[in-house]
Design a protein around this ligand. Structure first.
Ligand code: V55
Ligand code: FE
Length: 495
């Protein structure tokens, strides 16, 4: 096998680790709350082989599923590859056969027609099953006890969409999972499929509609009344793909849109509301109904935050010059021609989290990662943009109150999960992986760091961790994670 490129996609916390393993009884500093009992599943893309192209990107790495398993105060760690069709074909050949990110025209001819997804973005738990997902294909079911791959998931043959989002939304009170797939009918198609799985995990509906252009729909959001599809002008083009180019190119001159339809409605009811030009967003925080108004909270930037999506669109901007804010868009649905009212809620950032019960409802707290503008050390290299977040924020959207947790200078933070407490007056806990350089920040080898799992009081993050779980390892960057309680694990459909 050849060598890995030495680009931002392969150094720092993007350094390939490629080790499947299990470690029992990690070292714990502090006390793990008794209610932190269950599993923290994490999506950790990692290349099984050196890529076919030098300019490969972190989003193209093979899916690995990792787990911190909490049992009566003990913590075990496991990590395994998701055995996708693509992973198995390359494992057999002992080299990369799939080329550029989401461009099948760059693949080795031997794998024509083989499913390209790497299932590397989000572990999803619904109705007693665990899935690994990526928006370019269907999810893969994973055995939650062993992390072994069971196979592709299609709702017992009922699903028509060829793709399944990495960001479904679960209504905690009905137990339904709302999801979608874009490019649902094939590469660069305008087709979006919007589906609902009931609390038992059966597909109840799947409606199809066209989006105004072929954009990357990374996330969506629900309220009690609506399903909402915010879209941004990062666009696919079949001719560019046939020329061996990038799947996505950002277009600074085209508008964004919000597609909004009744959440149990049909596709004819979708309304597209035009938004500002050139903006971009990967993750919405939440949305909720307020009489006729819909509030939609998003991690908005003034251009695409990923350099490779900007560059492909001819936009040359340094990473530190990207502006943004946690932004609230409000839409008056009683109007014939509703407009988007926009206001800032908080500092720029991404990877937002909510308490499960707040999904789609008026809420008074959320957490997200940010870059402290006055950092006490240089940022840790890694993650899809090449620089990791260094601060965790807790925001109360109603009043704008913000608190911050900043770890050791130069550390990198991954997206947290929230663990609910039994006592309704207790805010629960956040769990997140923190990577800290082993040498002086910014000076040593950027791939030499230590990964720990920190446990924080969710409503008092500024106090810092109440417990640290030491892995003794340097773990590759996480994308998204999910917490599954002991009760849910015990009720899993796979034994
Ligand atoms: C994202 C991540 C992806 C992807 C597209 O974080 C967008 C955004 C890890 O893969 O394929
Ligand atoms: Fe995401």
């Amino acid at each position: 096998m050849g060598a890995f490129p030495q680009t931002i996609h392969f150094i720092g916390t993007n350094t390939p680790r490629r080790v499947e393993m299990a470690v029992r009884n990690l070292e714990v500093e502090g006390e793990i709350p008794a209610e932190v009992d269950g599993a923290f599943f994490r999506a950790v893309p990692d290349n099984a082989h050196a890529p076919m192209f030098e300019d490969d990107i972190a989003l193209n790495a093979d899916g690995m599923i990792s787990c911190f398993r909490f049992t009566g105060g003990a913590v075990d760690f496991e990590i395994k590859y998701v055995e996708t069709e693509r992973y198995k074909a390359e494992k057999e050949a002992r080299r990369a056969l799939f080329g550029r990110y989401r461009n099948p025209f760059t693949d080795d001819p031997s794998v024509e027609g083989v499913d390209r997804t790497v299932a590397n973005t989000t572990p999803v738990w619904h109705a007693g099953r665990l899935f690994m997902t990526k928006e370019d294909g269907r999810g893969y079911e994973i055995n939650p006890h062993t992390l072994e791959t069971i196979g592709k998931w299609d709702y017992y043959g009922a699903l028509k969409s060829e793709t399944f989002t990495a960001h479904p939304r679960i209504d905690a009170s009905t137990g339904e999972m709302f999801f979608f797939g874009y490019e649902a009918g094939g590469l660069c198609s305008l087709d979006v499929a919007y589906g609902i799985a009931d609390k038992d995990g059966n597909l109840k509906s799947e409606v199809w509609f066209d989006q105004p252009y072929c954009s990357s729909i990374h996330d969506f959001v629900i309220t009690e009344k609506y399903a909402i599809f915010p879209i941004f002008p990062t666009l696919a083009d079949l001719d560019r793909l046939k020329d061996g180019g990038a799947h996505w190119a950002h277009d600074q001159d085209k508008p964004s849109y919000v597609g909004i339809m009744p959440r149990y409605g049909d596709a004819s009811q979708i309304r597209w509301i035009e938004g500002p030009k050139g903006v971009s967003c990967f993750h919405e925080v939440n949305a909720y109904d307020d009489g006729d108004f819909v509030h939609l909270d998003l991690c908005l930037t003034d251009t695409n935050a990923f350099s490779f999506m900007r560059e492909a669109g001819g936009i040359h901007r340094d990473q530190q010059d990207i502006k943004g804010a946690l932004t609230r868009w409000t839409i008056d649905m009683s109007k014939d021609d509703p407009q988007i009212e926009s206001r800032e809620l908080g500092p720029p950032g991404d990877l937002p989290r909510l308490a499960d019960a707040d999904q789609g409802r008026n809420y008074n707290r959320a957490w997200y990662l940010s870059m402290n503008p006055q950092p006490k050390g240089p940022p840790m290299l890694g993650g899809p943009v090449g620089i990791n977040f260094n601060a965790l924020l807790r925001i109360e959207p109603g009043n704008g109150r913000i608190t911050m947790m900043e770890p050791t200078p130069g550390s990198a933070l991954s997206e947290p999960v929230h663990v609910v407490a039994n006592d309704p007056d207790h805010g629960g806990w956040l769990l997140l992986v923190v990577d800290t350089p082993n040498g002086p920040p910014g000076q040593g080898n950027p791939s030499d760091y230590s990964s720990e799992l920190w446990i924080l009081e969710a409503d008092f993050i500024e106090k810092g961790p109440i417990a640290k779980v030491k892995t003794g390892l340097a773990l590759r960057s996480q994308v998204h994670g999910t917490w599954v309680s002991r009760a849910k694990l015990d009720a899993s459909k796979v034994k």
